[in-house]
Ligand binder design. Structure first.
Ligand SMILES: Nc1ncnc2c1ncn2[C@@H]1O[C@H](COP(=O)(O)OP(=O)(O)OP(=O)(O)O)[C@@H](O)[C@H]1O
Ligand SMILES: Cc1ncc(C[n+]2csc(CCOP(=O)(O)O)c2C)c(N)n1
Ligand SMILES: [Mg+2]
Ligand SMILES: [Mg+2]
Ligand SMILES: [Mg+2]
Length: 324
């Protein structure tokens, strides 16, 4: 099977939208939408975002979900994507088929039309990139990182730190009993799609958590130019994480969970006056949601507390490089 056989035999069946012309052309038409459209892109790299031994169907799902996470957190729902594959020459055809099966499943799960992409190769590790198009759930467009207001509640979906803990377990043993945590690393557990409606209805500022809760909350602080105070003991920790961490949870462990990254949850601020409405809508839509802090008066910085005492935030979250 060569590159063009691959496109014709394995990618073409994934393509349903007439705008893609069956992947037989140089370009696709971006289907027009009624409400404002958004675009986002994320790339994942072997040995940086996934391990060389991770099953490639899970890698395909991670690729889709890292992008869907951005889209939902801004109050938009995904509808189309382009896919770039940098295939590693050392990998087998079976690996490629496994990648395609994961891609096919998650395109279906999230109702995303594949419009095109590019297939290239490398003598190094695998690299995959997806560009995702979404339609905002309202005319007002995406909810920005910059809109937080003093006295807003700060909310986060799902639980924090599972993927970082799962990666640690995968590194320790290949046959880990803590498979739920490992799976959280392999395939991000995104909040339900309704989170886009929730954010659109109530959030003043919103983003997804990819680099780590602390690093991303700092991004909200900087974009909104407001102070945010987070209460560490309120940060949602899964039962699986609790079962492998010493109880009661220490500030040190909570800080590690909050700095790990790969959570792909929504982090948003919403007016205190909407607190009950936010909770009610989240419950109705099956979205796990926790209030972890508030937007405060004072300098634009992130304040962390644990049991009423100030805790120094660890320096940076995930950084791809840091030149001195
Ligand atoms: N190489 C680049 N060229 C143009 N814009 C970029 C580039 N890298 C990042 N950006 C832009 O910088 C902003 C922040 O990007 P960043 O990747 O940190 O956000 P994110 O995708 O939400 O986070 P993460 O990558 O951790 O999931 C976005 O507006 C993004 O489009
Ligand atoms: C093998 C392996 N080692 C480390 C990590 C952790 N990690 C890598 S990139 C990133 C931030 C998000 O990336 P980006 O900012 O590029 O979107 C995180 C938390 C991982 N996922 N896999
Ligand atoms: Mg990014
Ligand atoms: Mg993001
Ligand atoms: Mg992202």
């Amino acid at each position: 099977m060569n590159e063009f056989d691959f496109i014709a035999t394995h990618l073409r069946p994934l393509v349903k939208a007439p705008e893609a012309d069956g992947l037989r052309d140089d370009v696709a038409i971006l289907p027009s939408r009624v409400r404002p459209a958004i675009v986002t892109t994320d790339t994942i790299v072997e040995r940086v975002h996934f391990r060389a031994e991770d099953p490639l169907d899970t890698v395909a799902k991670k690729l889709i979900r890292t992008n869907v996470s951005d889209c939902l957190a801004k109050g938009a729902k995904p509808f189309a994507a382009t896919l770039n594959i940098v295939w590693s020459r050392g990998r087998s055809e079976a690996d490629l088929m496994t990648f395609v099966s994961g891609m096919s499943e998650d395109l279906e799960t999230f109702q995303i039309d594949l419009l095109g992409g590019d297939t290239t190769s490398t003598l190094g590790g695998l690299v995959f990139s997806l560009t995702l198009y979404g339609e905002c759930v309202s005319e007002s467009g995406p909810v920005r990182r910059s809109g937080a207001q003093v006295n807003d509640d700060v909310w986060v979906t799902g639980s924090i730190g599972d993927a970082a803990l799962g990666l640690k377990m995968l590194k320790q043993s290949t046959d880990s009993a803590e498979s739920w945590l490992c799976n959280a690393y392999l395939v991000p557990n995104l909040p339900a799609e309704g989170v886009a409606d929730l954010v659109n209805a109530y959030a003043n500022a919103s983003m997804d958590v990819s680099d780590g809760l602390i690093a991303d909350a700092t991004h909200l602080v900087e974009a909104s130019e407001k102070g945010i105070e987070l209460t560490l003991e309120r940060v949602p920790v899964s039962e699986a994480a609790k079962s492998v961490l010493q109880q009661p949870m220490s500030a040190e462990n909570l800080l590690k969970l909050c700095a790990g990254g790969d959570d792909y949850q929504a982090l948003f601020t919403a007016p205190l006056a909407h607190r009950e409405a936010v909770l009610k809508k989240a419950l109705a839509d099956g979205i796990a949601l926790t209030r972890i802090g508030s937007v405060v008066n004072g300098p634009a910085e992130l304040l962390l507390t644990f049991e009423g005492r100030r805790v120094e935030p660890p320096q940076a979250g995930w950084q791809h490089f840091m030149f001195s």
